[in-house]
Design a binder for this molecule. Sequence first.
Ligand code: M6R
Length: 617
Amino acid sequence: MCGITGYIGYRDAYPIIINGLKRLEYRGYDSAGVMLFDGTQINLSKTKGKVSVLEEKVNNEISNKGVIGIGHTRWATHGVPNDVNSHPHISQSGNLVIVHNGIIENYNTLKQELKTRGYTFKSDTDTEVLINLIEEIKTEHNVKLGKAVQIALNQVVGAYAIAVFDKTNPDEIVVARLGSPIAIGVGKDLKEFFIASDASPFIEYTKDAIYLEDEEMAIICQGKEVKVRKIKDDTLVDTDVQELQMNLEQIEKGGYEHFMLKEIYEQPRAIIDTYRGRLLREKGIIKMSGVEDNMGKFLNAERIVIVACGTSWHAALVAEYLFEDFARIPVEVEYASEFRYRNPVLTEKDIVIAISQSGETADTLAAIKLAKERGAFVFGVCNVVGSSIARETHAGAYTHAGPEIGVASTKAFTTQITVLSLMALRLARAKGTMSSSKYRHYLQELELIPQKVESLLKVDDHIKEIAKKYMLSNNCLYLGRGYNFPVALEGALKLKEISYIHAEGYPAAEMKHGPIALIDDRMPVIVIATSKGHYDKVVSNIQEIKSRSGKIIAVVTEGDTIVREIADHVIEVPETEEAFTPLLTTIPLQLLSYHIAVMRNCNVDQPRNLAKSVTVE
Ligand code: M6R
């Protein structure tokens, strides 16, 4: 989980690479580096820290001239983040340079072999081993870079997206992928090419992109068509040049202080984009081709198993309530990382749904592969079009949230719940577990959610005031029941990941089985107490907190009077069906975390130790 960029063409490569790295920083930001070839020599600079630190270093250290180059922003796996372990890595001869996203699992064996042949290593990384392996093969077999890369990758176990440059043949860059994404932007008349982990670094230059599939490689050379080959046996693959749908505006902050805030505010639009063309209220139907085409499988499924990680796992928990409640299909929700390693019982009658914003999460991908091996039908819910998970699954439905850049997921969560609500409703209708009048009512309610989210965003200043009071807290408890239990988990995750305050989410009724011991007058407790979801029971839980002097921030339905009497603060959300309340109650929790993190001077969009897509296990 790192970001890689590259350029070969007629423009100055440096600004393209450096701006590209800034856009890819969501993938990792503990160190960064760049290599430029000025026609004669390699200029390389790398450093611990963010791309802005690299920029300063480049200004002071090296020439930034050249029309060919590669760059990297890192999330450390092998070796601590420091200057030496940063990418690019250079081979022993100084001729070959590589940037790499992924992990070479057998690097130690390869390293020992290379040491016996006289190679020495400066860094602790698997990547430096790979570039020297390529060099050794190139010399030993007397072949060009492309062939050497191919032979080397056939000896490697692990995952990679790589871009490799050879000073002795400086007109090309070799790229390859297995398990980590790589996109090639194709410039007008083949005069220039862009390389990146996703298309965001080159969106203003070209709309034509080639996405390598796993086990594919390409040699990129100015003026020549890109030929994609299988790494294993060198066979040529049909090259599919896709037209990008993304635009520049979508990946910029658009006047907001942080991407996270922009993405919170984008939710009304993102939810509409997600149900557009699917929720046809006037006709009283839901159309989802991925579901329609596989309706037989869904109707015969004995069980749905949902695999996901992090926020997507919380959306999966909401889906458990939705599918069971609406369509009466038994659901199990699994952490992808646990599922893949515990020999799960799966049959051809199971449907596995994989949820992922990025579509690149390694654990979720591995869980999908396992489910497929066991014969299950796998359905993906992803945001990133063409991502690995979207390609690996048998069928799926995209959320149309648009690029999510802030590391903390916001609009991904609400759009995932939107897709899952549509699916649950569609299946309920097909199975006859919901009456047509109730179905129509739910369609109407779901259609109204974006405008309710919009109205909720207007209470941001009130939430900011609450944030001021609790910004110095050390701990925080989030409680919710039923559909809002996953929201409590999600609220706690948001707070801890961006403000570094310890927070825990619990089903409200579980409080008395342990967490109640934590409550004193310094403990803020955020309770979701909407009018329809076991309201009276949650009110009792609030009383229990109050009698132990806990500070209560309650998220209630508009017009609530009972909780208002007891709680220290209330945040009102518009009324809706209980099943859709997570789409509303999650918004104030996102804003609360955001404001607390800003007030604590935390790096909201790039919290410490995290990365946007976790492509390592
Ligand atoms: O891209 P994915 O949805 O598969 O990512 C899963 C998690 O890594 C992600 O949700 C993570 O927990 C976020 N930082 C949460 O805000």
